[in-house]
Design a protein around this ligand. Structure first.
Ligand code: PMP
Length: 290
């Protein structure tokens, strides 16, 4: 079944789905997006994603003329028409087309684009054996410049960090903030287990308010594990007993080596595996049915 792409109320085949070259989303990265998962016909935490989208829109003063219900229905209908019951949904809102200048004043027609397709971010083996990561030289955007909570179409600084990792043969990289504290990875939030507590950097350190991050925090609370949101250094990561990453595309993934230092015994940790299991259970339960 061929996928159908939604653009402002209409559905298009893959090759026919197009936006204007004058769209400021294209010209300047002036727009926002969400990555959402659908598992066995359940759009996982759709409402949370749409809420974050609305916050991103508000932060960049982009007026979205659609209600949350309309967007939710468009997401579900795109999945249905595309025959996607297990997959990944990319929801994009651009400022719309305008003049060549920076000012968004002449952009009158924001575009809502929804794509539902398959995804396999990392090979299966990585989910079983865990991932090795490094710290990237490129720092995360300063919250004083562009709040990293805004999931904007500007991903260049994360892309630079990703390139730095990939060039060295790694698939993910830790990004530090301006002060040298850990912010997150290029497309995932980061957690460590140390002495029966779960630690993660606060969002104010320069990370995205990850939906999967919140799921991990909820799981920890269900399991009675104290969660500490605090500044973490590279040293804290190097000596962690366990480590894992969270993200919509990556899901929950164990980290077994950081900057050439083995984490724990170099295998996915026991608690990490508990998180993975609890996460798997939630993905078909919490959300919106197609
Ligand atoms: N940080 C960044 C920079 C991201 O792009 C993402 C999403 N891929 C995440 C963290 C994880 O967020 P979520 O769990 O909402 O997908």
């Amino acid at each position: 079944m061929a996928i159908q792409i939604y653009i402002n109320g209409e559905y298009f085949d893959r090759d026919a789905a197009k936006v204007s070259v004058f769209d400021h989303g294209f010209l300047y990265g002036d727009g926002i997006f969400e990555g959402i998962r659908v598992y066995e016909g359940n759009v996982f935490l759709l409402d949370d994603h749409l809420k974050r989208l609305e916050y991103s829109a508000k932060a960049i003063m982009l007026d979205m003329p659609w209600s949350r219900e309309e967007v939710a229905e468009a997401v579900c209908e795109t999945c249905r028409r595309s025959g996607v019951t297990n997959g990944y949904i990319r929801l994009i809102v651009t400022r719309g087309s305008g003049y060549l200048g920076l000012s968004p004043k002449n952009c009158s027609n924001p575009q809502l684009i929804i794509i539902a397709d398959q995804i396999q971010l990392y090979p299966k083996e990585i989910y079983e054996k865990g991932m090795k990561i490094i710290t990237a030289p490129t720092r995360r955007n300063s919250p004083a410049a562009l709040p990293p909570m805004v999931k904007s179409l500007n991903y260049l600084n994360n892309i630079l960090a990703k390139i730095e990792a990939v060039e060295l043969g790694y698939q993910e990289a830790i990004m530090l903030n301006q002060e040298g504290y850990v912010a997150e990875c290029t497309g995932d939030n980061i957690f460590i287990m140390q002495g029966d507590k779960l630690f993660t950097p606060p969002v104010s350190s320069g990370s995205l308010t990850g939906i999967t991050r919140q799921v991990a925090i909820d799981i920890a609370q269900d399991m009675g594990i104290p969660v500490v949101e605090t500044n973490l250094t590279r040293y804290d990561l190097w000596v962690a007993e366990e480590m894992f990453l969270t993200g919509t595309a990556a899901e929950v993934i164990a980290v077994v080596e950081v900057d050439h230092r083995k984490i724990g015994d170099g295998k996915p940790g026991i608690m990490t595996n508990h998180f993975l299991k609890a996460f798997r259970k939630k993905v078909t339960e919490d959300g919106t049915k197609l």
